[in-house]
Write a protein that binds this ligand. Sequence first.
Ligand code: NAD
Length: 292
Amino acid sequence: MIILDGKKTSNDIKEEIADEVKSIIFSGGRIPHLSAILVGNDGASETYVNAKVKACEKVGFKSTLIRLPNSVTEKELLLEVEKINNNQNIDGLIVQLPLPNHLDEMKVTEAIDPKKDVDGFHPSNIGRMCLNLPTYLPATPSGILELLKRYEVNTSGKHCVVIGRSHIVGSPMSILMARNSFPGNCTVTLTHSRTENLKEITKSADILIVALGKSEFINSDMIKEGVCIIDVGITRVKSDKTKSGWKLLGDVNFEDVKNKCSYITPVPGGVGPMTIAMLLQNTLISAKGEIF
Ligand code: NAD
């Protein structure tokens, strides 16, 4: 069994990006700049945004974190987005999700200039992805592709089963794994909460991508020998064994499945760090004007 080490791979990618930033500066160019909007003070969102800001520092990007109160109106938030859209010195804008209930996430996402939509969530960028046109790929699926690519996992002709149909992970992942490219060329089955006989389907997977948000949902009875498992899930549970009092669990029971699979991503240290690396990658692509 080979561990698909997202921590190491993401550090490699960050070093590559940092080198590019140095050469941009050396040739007199402008430093890439990512802006993030955080509404309210949800603990998990705060952690994710801080990790993104810290990653920017690590590769030499500029970053701006705009904190807005929970009570911000949709109009005020949209104005903030427009300001960043019009700021020629900012290459990428992310609005940390989820937003409080009174704010329409799709309306806010649509307000972001697709040229700065480095999360790859804007409908026009999702459309470009479906048409296989150059675009910012959503960071989590893109990080999974990068892991499969760098570990040279053979995907062509394989049966890829994706669990979960969210707009940010499962649905784009299913489209990307079916594309005529590497990684890709899979026969894809997209499963969700209404899928019947899930176990029969997962048992036929050569590549199993699990993104449903239920800790340790997948066990060794549900997989076949030699499967490649990508565990996207992150659930925070209480623990008396860690200093923080919390630990992170994936959607896969790692200990139970590890001897039956060919490759597996750990949690933590698998898909999570790759997501941030790909966000930085998209910001660099934007700064270099490589797509738009
Ligand atoms: P979500 O929470 O929006 O949706 C869950 C999906 O799982 C739904 O499509 C639902 O139909 C499906 N589902 C629920 N129960 C099911 C069942 N019993 N059988 C089959 N399908 C079922 O999904 P999300 O936002 O993609 O998040 C999924 C998990 O991935 C969460 O734990 C989240 O924290 C994690 N996540 C991790 C990263 C990362 O960078 N590692 C990024 C995004 C999300």
